[in-house]
Design a protein around this ligand. Structure first.
Ligand code: ADP
Ligand code: MG
Length: 257
């Protein structure tokens, strides 16, 4: 990334509280266009909350969060923050894809119907076009033959690949993944990571919360270690993993092995 290019994600001292509990205590980080950032850290450290703030599922209490140079969640006039118009909020949300640990597919819709739902309803894409694109996306995630299968007829790994295709159907400029393989049987993890690898290689900007250190080492441009609502350490994944600078990072990594 050149220094003049606007990063895809920029967090500037982002804080989030739930009541009296401070969950994010000033998160600052940048993710460049086409880059992959992996976030690791103990349970409860605020990783999901951070992703949820990017995707409008939570509201930032202090600090600023920008996607593609645009302030997320608020309108900024001068130095004052205002409520976002619902239309603007909807557009911001539409441009960001999110994949959850539990795939959250509609159980009574086929794989293809799951994928075309949002483009047709939200983006007003013609049904025939959405179907054509949906089939392309199914092929891309290796599920050409599962268009008419219902989620219950698919393995966890296949369901998660449908969920990724569903997110891609909205042509997002940013993809967020919250522990996308944590609910899968070990033998199904690889097929989902392979799809994510392919997406990264295709230039998608991604923020991935994961415990898959092999993926982080090989695919991430930046590894971010969070603990207790702060970024303790961030940098080149190989360097962070092989030579962590902070005691908390060392402790966390040693417990993973
Ligand atoms: P992680 O994803 O790193 O495990 P989370 O972001 O899910 O961490 O949670 C961070 C902290 O925020 C936890 O202590 C959790 O209990 C708390 N928390 C998350 N969501 C809520 C909520 N909606 N209301 C109250 N507390 C919450
Ligand atoms: Mg989480």
């Amino acid at each position: 990334m050149t220094s003049t290019e606007t990063p895809m994600v920029r967090a500037d001292r982002v804080c989030k509280n739930f009541g009296a509990v401070k969950v994010l205590k000033g998160i600052s980080l940048e993710v460049g266009r086409g880059q992959v950032a992996c976030m690791i850290g103990p349970s409860g450290s605020g990783k999901s909350t951070f992703l949820r703030c990017i995707n409008h599922l939570e509201r930032v209490d202090a600090g600023r969060l920008y996607v593609d140079g645009e302030l997320i969640g608020y309108a900024e006039r001068g130095s004052k923050l205002h409520e976002l118009q619902p239309k603007v909020a909807a557009r911001q949300r539409r441009d960001i894809g999110m994949v959850f640990q539990h795939f959250n597919l509609f159980p009574h819709r086929t794989a293809l119907e799951n994928i075309i739902e949002a483009p047709v309803l939200v983006k007003k894409v013609k049904r025939t076009e959405a179907i054509e694109r949906g089939r392309e996306l199914l092929a891309r995630v290796g599920l050409s033959d599962k268009a008419d299968a219902y989620p219950a007829q698919l393995s966890g790994g296949q369901q998660q690949r449908v969920a990724i295709a569903r997110a891609l159907a909205m042509d997002p400029k940013l993809m967020l993944f919250d522990e996308p393989t944590s609910a899968l049987d070990p033998e199904l993890v690889g097929e989902v990571l392979a799809v994510m690898r392919d997406l990264a290689a295709g230039g998608m900007t991604m923020v991935v919360v994961t415990h898959e250190m092999g993926f982080a080492r090989e695919v991430a441009d930046e590894l971010v270690f969070m603990d207790d609502g702060v970024v303790v350490e961030a940098g080149n994944p190989r360097e962070v993993l092989s030579n962590p600078q902070h005691e908390r990072t060392r402790g966390f990594l040693s417990r993973l092995l």
